[in-house]
Structures are given as C-alpha cells and as structure tokens.
Design a protein around this ligand. Structure first.
Ligand code: ATP
Length: 423
C-alpha cells in the first residue's frame, strides 16, 4: 500500500488535536533520529473505517541494552510541548499525558521468549520493529505505521494483516501462538465477535493446544482478558463463543454461558439506573461474573472466583448476589437484608434473579433512601441518654417509615415516647 494512503487515512480519521500531537512526535523523533511507529490496533482500525483507540507508539532501540528509547522520546516531546510523562521502568515504557489530557504510550521495541507455555515472556530491547511485531497476537495487530520524519505514513505489514482483514479472519502469526499464550484464545474471540470475523483455519487448528495450557495461566491474566470482554458491547456473544470452544470450562469448570445468560445480560442495557441514582456506576464486572457462575453451587462459585483472583469486593458482591434469598416482602425486612450488601451485589442479584426483581427495584429506587427524620441529637434533646438503645430506636423509626406506620416527624416522636415509656 502506498505511503500516502495511511498518511491521508490518519489525517481523515484523527481529530485535529490528536493529529497535532502526532505531528509533534513526528518532528521530535526525526530530530533525535529515532524510528518510531504507531502499533496495536491503529492500522487495523483505519482499514476497517473505525476510529482508532489509544495511540500506542513503539520506538526502535538504539542497541540491545537500550531499554529506555520509548521513555527518552516521550520525555523529549514533553519537554518541548508540555504535559506530563510517567515512566514504567520495568517495561521500558512511558505515558505522555498531553496538555490536552490524552495519554499516548511510548514503548521501547522488544523481543520476547517464553520459558514455558502460558508463562509471562522474558523481554529484551529490539533494534528492529519487525522483532516487536513478531511477538504480537494476530496478523492485523502486527501492522505498524511509521510516524517519524518524512516516512510518516509508511506501513509495515510483515504478516499480511491487510489480506486477513479483507478475508475477515483472525489469524495467529505462528504455529505455537495459542500454546505459548492461551490468553490469545480469549483475544481471538474478542476480535472475531467484535468485527464479525471468523477464526482462520490455522488459528482454529491451535484451539486444542491453547485449551490445554489455559490451566497454567494465572488468574490475573485470564481475568484481565475477561474484563476486556466485559467492556465490549457484544460481550454475551463473546462469552457464548468461549463457552462453545471450551475455554470457560478450561479456566474453571464452574464457568459457563448459555442462552439464558445472554437474555439476562441483554436486560442489563436497559436497567433503570437513573431511577436507582446509579447512572454510570453499574458493577458490570460483578454482574457478568455472576452470570458466568449462575449454574454453579455456592462452593463452586467461590472456587471459580478464587481461580480468577478477583478482588475481595467483587468476590463478596458476586457470592452475595448468587446466594441471595429474599424471605420476606416487608420493606423493613428487605432493607435489613440488603443494606449490608454492596450496590454491586444488589444490582447483580437484580439481573440474576427475575423472581426478586420487583422487590430489588423498590429497594434500589426508593427504600434504601428512606430515613427517619429524627436523629440522635433529637433523642438527646428529648432528655434520653445515648447508649445501645439509640441505634435500635432509630432503626425502629426507619422501619416504621418504610412500612408506612408513620409518615412525619410528629408520628416519629409519638412512637419514641411510647417506646421510652414502656421500656
Ligand atoms: P483493541 O482491543 O482495540 O485491540 P486494546 O488497546 O484493548 O485495543 P490491548 O489488549 O491493549 O488492545 O493490546 C494492544 C496490543 O498489544 C494488541 O494490538 C497486540 O498487538 C498486543 N497484545 C496484547 N496482548 C497480547 C498477547 N497476549 N500476545 C501478543 N500480543 C498482544
């Protein structure tokens, strides 16, 4: 593909402010004579006519010991144009937070070797961008666009990623790919479903080898890939496909996904979050994890959550949602049962348990906000002495409000008088 096409595609796709930043990198990298490339999904997204996501740059190392080429360029650009640079020394990477607030990542080119399947790779700086591209997951993610100096816009596509995009397929770079790193099986499904592609025959043939090494993957790494999936609009289709391939069961036998889960997950798009005053803060991770575990026993679910090494908050919320049984429909009983749980747990239960939806909706939209007007200070003003009874009385007032037996402050005070006189 000619040089000019990617240059023009970048100019057309990127808003002016993003393009201006890239021009600043182009200039500085040329001044310092540092070959620099846009990598990751940028070339892929341009070819698919999608807005590129994060701008990820790779800077070629000066020699095999130069593990700070990326941070060096990031610092030089920020010195000239402002913004902040955070360096991650262990990875030879840096993030430039531009004055406009956009993070742009600068990595040093590197090669990888695997001590054993599913291990984290050993990395060394690479003096060739091709070495860096050869460690990537799929052909369409192994394209790079040069951005320094006059070569701006030149594309490198050593694995014919463009052909695979046109053939609408996800293709690994070599025969050991999924075995080396079975997180790629999760990634393959993510791209396949996001773009409506299929797995190439080579990729398909490696699925059994990938499945065999999934048990050796750390919980954190599988969870990270699942979380990337949870963030996608077609997450249910991805999870169903992973289930079909056996990847969920290989991760932990308690994880599964079927049509019933898809239906419940789809209901998540229309949760009345405004009524619940939870706009923008729905526990998507907890809810989808909970759905993955809906067929498991509580003990199996806990074991699976441990396998995925989830945070304590998520583990507790997911278990609470899975194990919830509402035994009474009396508002104060519902509130007493749900108040100790996190909102993620209650929302998870709402998605998971249609039989409790009505009560959970009332709790989320109204009951959890109901309070007595009387406070501890009011009780003191009534001449009562602070002590363990205070909490009981205040809860009693809140319960009375919830259950409709009082509706104003006078009613509350009457109740307090009754209780204190008879006690
Ligand atoms: P998108 O999902 O749109 O590709 P992203 O930023 O979510 O974007 P990341 O998961 O951050 O994608 O990965 C960025 C790039 O890193 C990928 O394009 C790929 O080249 C490479 N990469 C990530 N994970 C792996 C892996 N397990 N094996 C090889 N390469 C990987």
């Amino acid at each position: 593909m000619a040089v000019i096409e990617f240059r023009a595609a970048l100019e057309a796709a990127l808003p002016n402010a993003r393009m201006a930043r890239l021009r600043q990198v182009q200039q500085k990298a040329a001044d310092l004579d540092m070959p620099t490339y846009l990598v990751g999904g940028v070339a892929r997204d341009l070819l698919l006519g999608r807005q590129p996501g994060d701008l990820d740059l790779v800077v070629q190392a000066g020699d095999e010991t130069d593990d700070i080429a990326g941070p060096r360029l990031a610092r030089a650009v920020a010195e000239r144009h402002g913004g902040d640079v955070t360096v991650h020394p262990a990875f030879g990477t840096a993030t430039w937070l531009t004055p406009g607030g956009e993070p742009i990542d600068f990595a040093t080119a590197r090669t990888e070797t695997y001590a054993h399947p599913a291990a984290l790779p050993t990395v060394t700086p690479a003096t060739s961008i091709l070495a860096d591209l050869s460690r990537r997951d799929f052909t369409f993610n192994a394209m790079a666009i040069r951005v320094d100096g006059d070569l701006f816009g030149e594309v490198l596509d050593p694995y014919q990623g463009q052909d695979d995009l046109f053939a609408r397929q996800v293709r690994v770079l070599h025969a050991q790919s999924l075995q080396d790193d079975p997180t790629r099986l999760f990634r393959a499904v993510r791209y396949e479903q996001r773009f409506g592609f299929h797995l190439s025959s080579e990729t398909q043939a490696q699925v059994p080898a990938g499945l065999a090494t999934i048990p050796a993957l750390s919980g954190e790494r599988v969870r990270h890939e699942l979380e990337l999936i949870f963030g996608e609009s077609v997450a249910p289709a991805m999870l169903a496909r992973l289930d079909g391939l056996g990847a969920l069961a290989a991760t932990h036998p308690a994880l599964s996904w079927g049509e019933a889960q898809t239906r419940r997950a789809e209901a998540m798009a229309s949760l009345p979050v405004d009524d619940w005053r939870l706009a923008g803060s729905i526990g998507q991770v907890t809810t989808l994890l909970t759905l993955l575990l809906v067929r498991a026993t509580p003990a199996e679910a806990r074991a699976a959550l441990q396998r995925l090494d989830v945070s304590r908050h998520v583990a507790e919320a997911a278990s609470a949602a899975l194990e919830l049984r509402l035994v009474s429909a009396v508002p104060s009983d519902v509130v007493a049962q749900l108040d100790p749980l996190s909102t993620d747990a209650v929302v998870g239960a709402y998605v998971l348990r249609p039989e409790f939806r009505e009560l959970l909706d009332k709790y989320l939209s109204r009951w959890r906000f109901v309070r007595a007007e009387t406070t501890g200070d009011d009780l003191i003003a009534l001449g009562l002495r602070p002590g363990p009874d205070f909490g009981r009385w205040l809860w009693g007032l809140r319960a009375a409000r919830l259950n409709g037996s009082v509706s104003d402050r006078d009613g509350e005070l009457t109740l307090i008088r009754e209780w204190t006189q008879t006690e």
